[in-house]
Design a protein around this ligand. Structure first.
Ligand SMILES: NC(=O)C1=CN([C@@H]2O[C@H](COP(=O)(O)OP(=O)(O)OC[C@H]3O[C@@H](n4cnc5c(N)ncnc54)[C@H](OP(=O)(O)O)[C@@H]3O)[C@@H](O)[C@H]2O)C=CC1
Ligand SMILES: O=C(O)[C@@H]1CCC=N1
Length: 276
C-alpha cells in the first residue's frame, strides 16, 4: 500500500478502535486515519492517538479512498445519506451486522444506479491485537481490485475469509463475529469454576487462559478433528468423563447450536429491519 493511502472510519466506537489498533502502522500511519464520530469524548481519544477527527462528514472524508462504515446497523441508512454528498471515488466497506451490500449500494448511489464499490464484511474484536478473522462478501459487479483492497485492509488485522453468497455472512456473524463473546463467557465460567474447586482467582485465570490457548493451538496444529482430541483427554471412568457427562446432560452442544441460530436469525432480521 502506498504512503498516500488514507482511510476514513465513519463511527469511531469499539470496532473502529479494534480495527485501527491492528491496522495502524501496518497499512497506514495514524495521521492518515480519519474518524468521524459525533461523540466529543471519543473524538478526543482519537485525537490523542494521532488520528484526524471530525464530528460530521466534510472535505477530509471526500479525500479518503476507503471508507469504513463502523456504525450500528440501526443508523447506517441515515449515516449513508449524511456521507453520500462527499462520495467521489471511494471504496465503501461496511462492517454493520445484517445490513446487505445491495442496500448500502442503493443508499450511496443514485436511483437505478447503485454505488458499485461496496464490500460488506464481518470482523471481530481480536482484530485489536491483529488476531481477528473477517468474513467478506461483495455484489457480483464489484471489481477484483476493490476485493483485493478490502482483503489487504482486513488481513492487516488477522485472517480474511471470502464467502460467495453474501447470506453466509449472517452465519459468519453468528460464529466469529459474536464468537469472542462466547469464548469470554466460557473463560468467565472456567475462572469461576476454578475458584469453586479450590483455586484462587489469579491461579484460575492463569490456568483457564493457558488451557484455552493451548487447546485451541493444539486443535489448529493437529490434523485430527476436535472430537478425537477430546477423546484423548477423556480417560475411561476418569475426571473428564465425569465432567462431560454433566455437560452432555445439560445439552451444551445444542445450547451452542441454538445460540448461533438465534444470532444468525437476528443478523438477517436486522438486515430486513434496518435495510431497504
Ligand atoms: N463490537 C463487535 O464485536 C463487532 C461489531 N460489528 C459491527 O460494527 C458496528 C459498530 O459496532 P461497535 O463499534 O460495537 O459500536 P459502537 O456503538 O461502539 O460504535 C459506533 C459509533 O458510531 C457513532 N455514530 C453514531 N451516529 C454516527 C454518525 N451519524 N456518524 C458517525 N458516527 C456515528 C456512535 O456514537 P454514539 O454512541 O454517540 O451514537 C458510536 O461512537 C456495528 O454495526 C456492529 O454490527 C461487527 C463486528 C464485531
Ligand atoms: O452483537 C452484535 O450485533 C455485533 C455483531 C457481531 C458482534 N457484535
Amino acid at each position: 500500500m502506498h504512503s498516500g493511502f488514507s482511510i476514513a472510519f465513519i463511527g469511531g466506537g469499539n470496532m473502529a478502535s479494534a480495527l485501527v489498533s491492528g491496522l495502524a502502522d501496518k497499512l497506514c500511519p495514524m495521521s492518515r486515519i480519519h474518524v468521524i464520530d459525533p461523540n466529543e469524548g471519543l473524538r478526543e481519544q482519537w485525537r490523542a492517538r494521532g488520528a484526524g477527527v471530525a464530528a460530521a462528514p466534510g472535505d477530509a472524508l471526500a479525500a479518503c479512498p476507503v471508507w469504513v462504515y463502523a456504525v450500528k446497523p440501526q443508523v447506517l441508512k441515515e449515516v449513508a445519506a449524511q456521507t453520500r454528498p462527499w462520495l467521489r471515488d471511494s471504496l465503501a466497506i461496511s462492517i454493520a451486522a445484517g445490513i446487505r451490500a445491495a442496500d448500502l449500494a442503493a443508499w450511496l448511489g443514485e436511483p437505478g444506479r447503485p454505488w458499485s464499490r461496496v464490500v460488506r464484511c464481518m470482523p471481530n474484536t481480536p482484530a485489536l491485537i491483529g488476531a481477528g478473522v473477517t468474513g467478506l462478501a461483495a455484489l457480483p459487479g464489484v471489481a477484483q481490485a476493490d476485493r483485493d483492497l478490502a482483503t489487504s485492509i482486513l488481513q492487516a488485522v488477522g485472517e480474511a475469509v471470502w464467502v460467495d453468497d453474501e447470506a453466509a455472512l449472517d452465519g459468519v456473524t453468528a460464529l466469529s463475529g459474536s464468537g469472542p463473546a462466547y469464548v469470554f463467557l466460557l473463560l468467565e465460567a472456567l475462572i469461576e469454576g476454578g475458584q469453586a474447586v479450590g483455586l484462587d482467582a489469579a491461579q484460575s485465570r492463569r490456568l483457564a487462559l493457558a488451557t484455552l490457548a493451548g487447546a485451541t493451538r493444539l486443535a489448529a496444529e493437529s490434523t485430527e478433528p476436535p472430537a478425537v482430541l477430546r477423546e484423548r483427554v477423556t480417560s475411561k471412568g476418569g475426571t473428564t468423563a465425569a465432567a462431560l457427562a454433566v455437560m452432555n446432560e445439560g445439552g451444551l452442544k445444542d445450547i451452542v447450536l441454538h445460540a448461533m441460530q438465534a444470532a444468525a436469525r437476528r443478523a438477517s432480521e436486522m438486515g430486513d429491519e434496518f435495510g431497504r
